[in-house]
Design a protein around this ligand. Sequence first.
Ligand code: MG
Ligand code: MG
Length: 258
Amino acid sequence: MIQYKNNEEIELIRESSLLVGKTLAEVARHIIPGIETRKLDKIAEEFIRDHGALPGFKGYGGFPGTLCISVNENVVHGIPGKAKLKDGDIVSIDCGTILNGFYGDSAYTFEVGEVKDEIKLLLKRTKESLYKGIEAAIVGKRIGDIGFEIQNYTEQFGYSVVRDLVGHGLGRNLHEKPEVPNYGKRGVGIKLKEGMVLAIEPMINLGVKDVVQEKDGWTIRTLDRMPSAHFEHDVAIRKGKAEILSTFDYIEEVLNIK
Ligand code: MG
Ligand code: MG
């Protein structure tokens, strides 16, 4: 069953989502070659707790971290640990919070030091595809319209869309109905209605679309070990234009872009 939200609930999700954006910005300050990913996780957990919230991923299904930290060929669900970021890496950092009973969930893929142009482009275009998907996330359209836009935009560059993992509804639970695939057909799927809140999160691979799970039981990586990018926003479905509840503004202020 889809849980529709009233405006008050949407405001609470926005507050939680904005805290995720601020947390990712705090983490962004520390993304440099040589840092252990568990250090980033600690920074995020302290920041979230200092702001009166709980880390939304910690303990979720048994996940051990506050952040999912997925480097290069790792797509999502990477576990923070002793591994150090290296010059030329890309790192997807996915963060969730629970504030006033509502989840926020947002992800951004960062460059570490100097990254190859081909991979920089993968990041840029994956982020662009997220906004293409969001443009289609309006009342009257269907779930398939969102996925169609993301797929259509990214495949023109020869990239592939991960099929095994999808976006989702969001609210009092981290993963609610409906599923939001990053691929699809126009006019197909559940109709989008006012009050739906969706986490839209394209996972786009430089190589093949296939992924496998690592032996740690969490990390999802590309089968061909080519890099993958991931960006995620939480949006409220409205007439005419979706309302983006999360933000990359704090992150991009730190990164000095825009
Ligand atoms: Mg996420
Ligand atoms: Mg999500």
